[in-house]
Design a protein around this ligand. Structure first.
Ligand SMILES: Nc1ncnc2c1ncn2[C@@H]1O[C@H](COP(=O)(O)OP(=O)(O)OP(=O)(O)O)[C@@H](O)[C@H]1O
Length: 455
């Protein structure tokens, strides 16, 4: 009977594992791409996705628990109460029926035995429960302490309090002074940094005081025309410097991800920026969702954009064929596996053209696309009037920029106009001198050989 009444707990467990696995997967994607999501303003979209996954887990677990409860009742009834009642019936036989030859005090002794046994069992059960609940309570206290710490941190962030645990360079006098400071963030059309230190979350000061300014572009002409007429009319900024000097950190401050420890930052709201990182973020969802992220289909339609318009945008980056290849706009895949590195970058550029923001932050955003495609994308962005802030090691990108912010990697920097042709000529000369210098040891060795032969 019990076997017949037992719900399929095996398949429940399998489904439970599948649903929690999917929830964890969504969660880990968010942790992995937290920065990109924050930059794109995708919090709401990700929250909806996460809540959907969480709701399915919750619904399933509630269903399993309710089945478990009913099953528990039946199980308890069959195993405990049925046999208990049977035992009672057996015990009652000598009380209600006279057994021939039985001694009179046997009933009294049996009664005492049964009562004491029950009392002992009940008290040991009760003590056991107290012990278990202590263990459960201390486990719960561990979880609540973590949640409370998270809530406290969120409160501190809202208040603008960024206290750091003591770390390496934070102990140095001047750095400690910077870390105690608070900068100002003012909303503005331009991007302007006035004596702003760049500080990592570890408290390391990458640049003590950074100042530069970029104005938004207004460009109704084609990129070449603008560049010919006045290279500075479109103030694209190129940011260069050695690895780890703080190029991307500048964007984190711009996106409001890192606090401002000093000076004044003037910048438009985060909605005016789009970030294209080297590894663009592709969300869970349809192919359409990848291009319009973080918008939903409804928001896209409310903007008056159709799938045909999206196809035209994909054609700019030479990706229109992907719609047919993947089975239409509503195809759902794990897009980070379905698309190649270069394709992902092109989709991120298509996203930029769809949103058409005032500024775009390109962090090695063309590293995996061919140079001719890179040129097409830069020119189209310029035509749309998007001002670009580019981090790139590719000299082929220099010609699209009017300004340069050059970090020296020692905490210093130079912010100046960029003369791409002159810079390219200097670069070539430097390269040829370096090549010649590489030859020197070989030439010296050969000279020694020749001298030895002549002697
Ligand atoms: N979330 C973080 N927490 C602590 N330190 C960080 C964090 N992100 C970056 N850093 C540190 O900040 C420094 C600058 O990082 P950033 O990403 O700005 O370098 P970058 O100049 O863009 O380098 P690359 O050219 O290699 O991309 C690095 O030393 C890095 O370790």
């Amino acid at each position: 009977m019990l076997r017949r009444l037992t719900p399929p707990f095996g398949s429940y467990t399998a489904l439970s594992a599948q649903l929690t696995g999917s929830l964890r997967h969504t969660h880990s994607r968010i942790s992995e791409f937290a920065e990109e999501i924050a930059f794109l303003g995708g919090e709401q979209t990700e929250k909806t996705l996460l809540e959907r996954e969480y709701a399915s887990v919750l619904q399933h677990e509630n269903h399993v628990l309710s089945r478990r409860w009913w099953f528990g009742c039946v199980e308890e009834g069959v195993i405990k109460w049925l046999w208990g009642a049977y035992g009672l019936l057996l015990c009652s036989i000598p009380v209600f029926l006279k057994i021939p030859g039985a001694q009179i005090d046997l009933g009294g002794r049996t009664e005492g035995f049964v009562t004491n046994r029950r009392l002992l069992l009940s008290s040991s059960d009760a003590f056991g429960r107290v012990m278990y609940s202590y263990k459960d309570l201390s486990e719960l206290a561990g979880y609540t302490a973590r949640v409370s710490m998270l809530l406290d941190t969120m409160k501190d962030i809202r208040k603008g309090k960024f206290d750091k645990a003591l770390v390496s360079s934070a102990t140095i006098g001047e750095n400690a002074h910077i870390l105690r400071g608070h900068g100002k963030v003012i909303e503005s059309e331009d991007i302007q940094f006035e004596n702003v230190p760049i500080v990592t979350p570890n408290g390391d000061v990458l640049v003590k005081s950074l100042s530069f300014q970029v104005q938004p572009g207004v460009c109704p002409f084609s990129a070449q025309v603008v560049l010919k007429i006045n290279p500075n009319s479109q103030q694209h900024l190129l940011i260069v410097g050695p690895n780890g000097c703080g190029k991307s950190s500048l964007f984190r401050i711009l996106g409001g991800l890192w606090p401002v420890y000093g000076g004044v930052v003037r910048k438009p709201p985060a909605s005016q920026f789009i970030l294209i990182p080297q590894r663009p973020y592709l969300s869970l969802g349809t192919l359409r969702d990848q291009v319009i992220y973080p918008h939903s289909k409804g928001e896209m339609e409310a903007r008056g954009v159709t799938d045909r318009d999206l196809l035209a945008i994909l054609a700019i980056v030479d990706m229109d064929h992907v719609v047919e290849r993947e089975g239409g706009w509503d195809a759902v895949r794990e897009w980070r596996d379905a698309l190649s590195g270069g394709d992902k970058q092109k989709i991120a550029w298509a996203r930029l053209f769809y949103h058409n923001p005032r500024y775009a932050i390109l962090d090695e955003a063309t590293s995996l696309v061919p140079t001719d495609m890179e040129g097409l994308m830069m020119e189209h962005a310029t035509r749309l009037g998007i001002t670009l802030l580019t981090v790139s090691h590719r000299p082929s990108l220099w010609k699209y920029h009017a300004l340069i912010l050059h970090y020296d990697g020692q905490g210093g920097y130079v912010f100046t106009k960029l003369d791409a042709e002159k810079r390219l000529a200097l670069q070539e000369e430097k390269q040829s001198l370096e090549n010649k210098l590489l030859e020197v040891p070989k030439m010296k060795a050969r000279l020694m050989e020749l001298k030895a032969i002549a002697a």
